[in-house]
Design a protein around this ligand. Structure first.
Ligand code: ATP
Length: 352
């Protein structure tokens, strides 16, 4: 066990319990204001909760009673490193000195601190930047140095707050590859808005909403069988909530769907149905076919959004990705009544 954490901060509606196992990377996803930064701040010792306790290996990070008071260790005593969106390097120090700062402050002799810093610069592929000041670094380069600095103090837990968010899309892939390398076998929590980060960097995902964990589990499981509309949106899936019937699902909107159940489900059990927008077709007249293997759901278009070379046509409950030509041929616009259709085998139903 690495981190065992439970904390309540009433003013922010925050109440979270979380564990991170040794060597595990956990991705924290959630909408704006969900409490993701608050979680990292409390673990790092920058924000004091009203109550709760947390241990990192043998270390007590805090142990606060209901009435305040109790134990509270300072940020630098926690064995935690926080990597923010912006590199936040010391502007007057060279890249090497920035990286060596942590070990030096911890009392490691200068020569040893410098050679550690050099080793970390090598690890993040930035040895040639050692002598530069932060003002002479690009955003991506500065973030590499910040990763090296965060790791040079050999933290037991690394916290990353959207480390790719401030970077140009062209440099994000290289940084992501580097992070995948340094996060392997390391205990870390990464806050991200990007499902690609969750898939490539994390073993497990927790979804925060309104200061609470609303979903958690292995990355693939959470994102392929989302139990919240938010997680479904991140994963780019339609999610319809409903109740299982024999061999079908009745959605909360009253549509009966033929689906593929991931496991046997008794009638009456609450389920969610996930469908990829790319597997949903649209028509502007009710399809005549009575094919029992095809589901048809009516709706009014509330949004049209260009995504790459397709257009996402959205009603209040479903989205379909179709070609611009199809949208033009059908003369689809906001408010148009459309019929969405998708095959039973493409509709995955799972218990909630
Ligand atoms: N300094 C603060 N003082 C009081 N309340 C705050 C403060 N910072 C954030 N909050 C509130 O706490 C809640 C959680 O905010 P937090 O910044 O942790 O969310 P987040 O998930 O990191 O959001 P984002 O993705 O926008 O960064 C929100 O309701 C927010 O308004």
């Amino acid at each position: 066990m690495t981190l065992e954490f439970a904390a309540v901060l009433r003013s922010r509606g925050f109440a979270v319990q979380l564990t991170v196992a040794a060597g595990e990377t956990v991705a924290v996803l959630g909408p704006n204001g969900a409490g993701k930064s608050t979680l990292l701040g409390v673990i790092a010792g920058l924000i004091r909760p009203d109550s709760g306790r947390a241990r990192l290996n043998e270390r007590v990070l805090f142990d606060l009673g209901e009435r305040g008071g109790g134990r509270w260790s300072r940020p630098h005593q926690r064995g935690v490193s926080l990597l923010a969106q912006d590199a936040l390097l010391f502007p007057h120090l060279s890249a090497l000195d920035n990286v060596a700062f942590g070990p030096r402050s911890a009392g490691v002799p200068r020569a040893e601190s410098d050679s550690r810093a050099r080793a970390w610069l090598e690890r993040v592929d930035a040895v040639d930047l050692a002598g530069r000041k932060p003002a002479q670094l690009s955003g991506g380069q500065a973030q590499r140095i910040a990763v090296a600095r965060a790791l040079a103090s050999e933290p037991d837990l690394l916290l990353l707050d959207e480390p790719m968010a401030a970077l140009d899309v062209s440099v994000a892939p290289a940084l992501r590859r580097m992070l995948r390398d340094v996060l392997r076998d390391r205990s870390a929590i990464i806050v991200t808005h990007d499902v690609l980060d969750a898939f490539t960097l994390a073993d497990r995902v927790v979804v925060l909403e309104g200061g609470r964990i609303v979903d958690a589990g292995p990355t693939r499981h959470v994102l392929e069988r989302p139990s919240t509309t938010f997680a479904a949106g991140l994963a780019g899936l339609n999610r319809l909530a409903g109740t299982a019937d024999t061999e079908s699902v009745v959605t909360d909107a009253g549509d009966r769907l033929r689906v593929r159940f991931t496991e046997p489900v008794a009638p009456g059990v609450r389920v969610a149905v996930a469908v990829r927008p790319a597997l949903v077709a649209i028509a502007v007249e009710a399809p005549a076919s009575d094919d029992p293997a095809t589901n048809v759901v009516a709706g009014h278009v509330i949004d049209l959004e260009t995504r790459g070379d397709l257009v996402r046509v959205r009603s209040g409950t479903l989205a379909a990705d179709v070609t611009p030509g199809r949208v033009a041929d059908l003369d689809v616009a906001l408010g148009t009544e459309v019929w969405f259709s998708f095959r039973a085998e493409d509709a995955l139903a799972y218990p909630q």
